[in-house]
Design a binder for this molecule. Structure first.
Ligand code: ZN
Length: 121
């Protein structure tokens, strides 16, 4: 089922290496969906959620800040800012498992998502 959500408008959302953005089968990092449904009603249940109109468009405060930083000069000049309507992604990532030595002579493993080449889409 396709969520009734906008894609996060954060200009760099599709470049952050978090586990929830990583799609192992394709080796890509994908932009997130916005936090709230596109038709979310701020006053439903008598509860006013002051950031609702922002969270319909962004996954996080960091992405909203990134949008402001990137686009305010265009807004000032009256230049339209493109709305992101397709899911963006960055190619070239893989899950890497690292084995570490533990205190008791045993070992443990950790996982990270790392860049494997410089292809960018
Ligand atoms: Zn985002």
């Amino acid at each position: 089922m396709v969520p009734n959500k906008h894609f996060c408008q954060g200009p760099h959302c599709h470049t952050y290496t978090t586990t929830d953005r990583f799609l192992k089968s394709k080796g890509i990092i994908r932009g997130r969906y916005a936090r709230l449904d596109a038709d979310y009603q701020p006053n439903s249940n008598g509860y006013y959620y002051s950031n609702a109109n922002m969270d319909k468009y962004f996954c996080s405060q960091g992405c909203a800040n990134g949008w402001l930083a990137e686009n305010m000069s265009a807004i000032e000049m009256g230049i339209p800012v493109p709305f992101i309507r397709e899911r963006r992604f960055t190619n070239g990532f893989a899950k890497k498992t690292t084995t570490h030595e533990g205190y008791n002579g045993g070992t443990y493993k950790t996982n990270s998502i790392e860049r494997i080449d410089n292809n960018t889409n």
